[in-house]
Design a protein around this ligand. Structure first.
Ligand code: NAD
Length: 491
């Protein structure tokens, strides 16, 4: 079978998409329709009706009417529903992974399947919080009132997410919001509507009452209508800093609090005392996984001069053996970029970096041919000797491009690492634990991964500083983002 035939056949599982409000399909396409293009084939595979402000109004109204019932549902019941949802995510894992592959090009072998298990883990974890939120009793004097606090939901949460890992984004936001007793209006990116639709269907199957979680399928204008809506009480957003600025401006008009998970330009500092047998494959693989479309990936590889050539050669050799190709094939490491605009943007960044001599291309830099030529594929690309001040080193690429930069001293490495406006994740490879602890302090980011470790643990907060955003997902902080604390004084 050709790639085109394989995808056409696989696309038979894609559900017919529509917005879902109060448990019902929301008919109509007041914001037009959108041809969903399979990123691996470049061919349209579905026509998506886009909802506009009428649907946002209806979804907010449905979420408001469901709010009292849901906040008064016992925590143990909320836990049960979310536990069931986690179970259903696992049970429908293959379908969810395939849908993700078809809608955004995530590879089955190195992305989509992993996102399913992560999503189940996050959902199960936050199920556990639903009946464990508590307040405190203030130790007042016996003549003073009794003072205690109650964790309360905000009310209706607006959740707006991007397309790069939709199932994981849903699981990072929706279970904690629901566990805390909020109801939700969700808007996924128009490029990944299928995953959200299936997530809602599974939530309903798990027992979530109608109206508690509402889905609005639409583009940027629909997102803007959610962020400006006076019926929304909190906004949680994953996407780019430019959009976050707009969302914050409209949220400001209603004084609505926001949580922002934005981009990143993670630095990965490899010191000459690092265990290179681990550091090289980690640095190569993790920078380019999900075809580089990850906010928290170590996309700037900073290498100490003494081991620089060895690491450049080693990392290049690892990436060279990775397959770029059909994301449905389990052995494929890198799939296509999400859409034509991403292809043009990433190709443009590579061309500009070359024209400006921002670095030396040691691998890739072009587009694969053959049956991949119709899809949005870019070769895994490595630039060495990158100028740390260049646009290539300073700005997020969100594509399969790794920049390698040499350094001499620890101080210099910290200065380079901290020189971008982002601050989501940084990484250190060293066998000197004193150095590791120093750098865990000195590097400016929400997370530091030391020695071949990723960037996320469901039990720990994840989020950024600088233009990478604020607010945290994961752990207790992740659920507390959706809790408003009420203080009670009894005389
Ligand atoms: P984007 O900001 O363009 O879009 C994200 C979402 O916002 C989409 O649903 C979009 O329709 C909506 N939107 C667009 N304009 C809007 C507006 N004016 N008001 C309200 N909603 C609006 O993001 P993108 O470029 O598609 O996504 C890539 C970015 O997301 C990258 O910067 C990446 O690093 C970031 N990201 C961050 C994380 C994280 O957890 N920190 C995770 C994944 C992706």
């Amino acid at each position: 079978m050709t790639l085109m035939e394989r995808h056409k056949k696989a696309a038979e599982i894609l559900p017919a998409v529509s917005s879902l409000v109060g448990g019902e399909q929301y008919a109509g396409a007041s914001a037009g329709t959108f041809d969903h293009i399979n990123p691996a084939t470049g061919q349209a595979q579905a026509s998506i009706p886009l909802s506009g402000t009428d649907c946002v109004d209806a979804a907010v109204a449905a979420a408001r009417s469901a709010a009292a019932g849901w906040r008064n549902t016992p925590g143990s019941r909320r836990r049960e529903i979310l536990e069931k949802l986690a179970e259903l995510i696992v049970r429908n894992g293959e379908e969810l992974a395939t849908i993700s592959t078809l809608e955004n090009g995530a590879t089955m072998g190195f992305g989509a399947t992993r996102f399913v298990s992560m999503a189940a883990e996050w959902t199960r974890y936050y199920a556990g919080w639903a009946d464990k939120l508590d307040g405190l009793v203030v130790d007042t004097h016996r003549d003073e009132p009794l003072v205690y606090t109650i964790p309360e939901p905000f009310g209706v949460v607006g959740i707006i997410i991007t397309w790069n890992a939709p199932l994981l984004s849903l699981a990072m936001k929706i279970p904690p919001a629901l566990a805390a007793g909020n109801t939700v209006v969700l808007k996924p990116a128009e490029f990944t509507p299928f995953t959200s639709l299936r997530f809602l269907e599974l939530a309903r199957e798990a027992g979530l009452p109608d109206g508690v979680l509402n889905l609005v399928i639409g583009g940027p204008e629909t997102g803007a209508a959610i962020s400006a809506h006076p019926g929304i009480n909190k906004i949680s957003f994953t996407g780019g800093p430019a959009t976050a600025t707009k969302i914050m401006q409209s949220a400001a008009s209603n004084l609505v609090p926001v949580l922002f998970e934005l981009g990143g330009k993670g630095a990965n500092l490899v010191f000459d005392d690092a265990n290179l047998a681990e550091a090289i494959p980690f640095s190569a693989t993790f920078a380019l996984v999900n075809t580089g479309q990850g906010c928290a990936l170590p996309t700037r590889l900073l290498v100490q001069r003494g081991i620089y050539d060895t690491v450049v050669e080693g990392v290049t050799a690892v990436v060279r053996q990775y397959i770029t190709g059909d994301p449905l094939e389990p052995t494929t490491f890198a799939g296509p970029l999400v859409n034509q605009a991403a292809l043009e943007r990433v190709s443009g960044i590579i061309d500009k970096a070359r024209a400006e001599n921002a670095g030396r291309v040691v691998l890739g830099g072009g587009r694969p041919g053959g049956e991949l030529a119709n899809g949005f594929f870019v070769e895994s690309t490595i630039f060495a000797d990158v100028d740390p001040d260049s646009s290539l080193a300073q700005n997020e690429v969100f594509g399969p491009v790794l920049s390698i930069i040499p350094f001499d001293t620890e101080e210099q490495a910290v200065e380079i690492a901290n020189s971008t406006a982002y601050g989501l994740t940084n990484y250190v490879q060293t066998s000197d634990m004193r150095r590791a602890r120093r750098l865990a302090r000195d590097l400016r980011s929400g997370t530091i991964g030391i020695n071949g470790i990723g960037n996320m643990h469901v039990g720990a907060p994840f989020g950024g500083v600088g233009i990478s955003g604020f607010g945290r997902e994961g752990g207790r902080e992740g659920v507390m983002e959706f809790v408003s604390t009420k203080t009670v004084l009894i005389g």
